[in-house]
Design a protein. Sequence first.
Length: 398
Amino acid sequence: MRISSNGSFTQSLNAMLARQAELLRTQMQMSTGRSFTTAAENPVAAGISIMLDRADAELARFDTNAAQLDHRYGMAEGALDSFSDRLVRVRELALQGANATQNNESRGAIVAELRQEYDALIALANTGDGQGNYLFAGSRSGTAPFAANSAGVVYSGDQMRRTVDISPSQALADVDPGSEIFMRIRSGNGSFAARANPGNSGTALLTATSLAGSPAYTGQNLTLTFDGAGGYEVTDSTSTVVATGSYGDPATVSFLGVQVSLRGSPSNGDNFSITPAPNQDVFATVQSVITALESPGLTQTQRVAQQNLVYAALEDLGQADGAIIDARSSIGARMNTLAQTADERSAQSLQLKTTLSELRDLDYAEAASRLTQQLTTLQAAQQTFVTVQGSNLFSFLR
């Protein structure tokens, strides 16, 4: 076999350069902490790492979504808590105003405070999230959803319930639109509303209403009319008499699944309507308290009419407070779900990071040993190069 000086030189140089490349690759791995720096070094691990990185980034996006939702839930829960407190105050003022010991001046002061509470309730319904969006506006979050006018309070948001992804397989609804929380509240006792005729001339006062059980109330319109002599009759919307009975002060009148408790003495022709409980917004309910206390209360008949109006408002306030409590409970349940999914996302992210570490993180102990070996190999290659280049015919002749 022929051995040329050029071939020997090239072979030794290539061997030395190969050792240098290996050494540089190990140094790069130790400086980056990665077992491979390019996909060509480990195509399978590189491909899996990219997929795992994307999955972890997706979990980070879910974390951001969950944090924003949690912030909005917290703001909404705080606003509803304050809303409930103010409804309690409205109820207290209504009871004070209905007291027979109040005069026009003291009742006027109560009405003034009620108007302040009315404005405060609208402001709470227009609570923002601190980022330029309104909590209870549905998807129209850039505009204040509630505004007062001469007819009452109008809602300019929408009924859309936005959902936000908080995990690969779960989404949660954002804060409920204000139309659901504040505007669609059952009045009366939630099943029916008993209301005194404004034209009543007696002293009969509503004190309580409830469902009697059997036979069940089927949602018909009824009228309870007294004859002033201890009797009453109940007629339906066609003026057909469906029940009759006697009344004593006080008494609970029961008919067709309805129970109506009254005290006082009704005059002949005095009547009370019983209708399926319609929806009413909470602001109209507060306004009804104001209207009731602003009505005249000088004569006995006027005071009774005023107290019946206050009773109806108090009954509606109870329904409104229950609706706010339900809304807060719903938000609390969603906040609990957020906390649970946060733990699940954290566990998933930890598992992804552990797998990624096993795939691409460098074993420093192994790399340090390999670096030492490669240094020794490079030095041997360099020494071999020097020795081989010195072993030629010209050196022998010299």
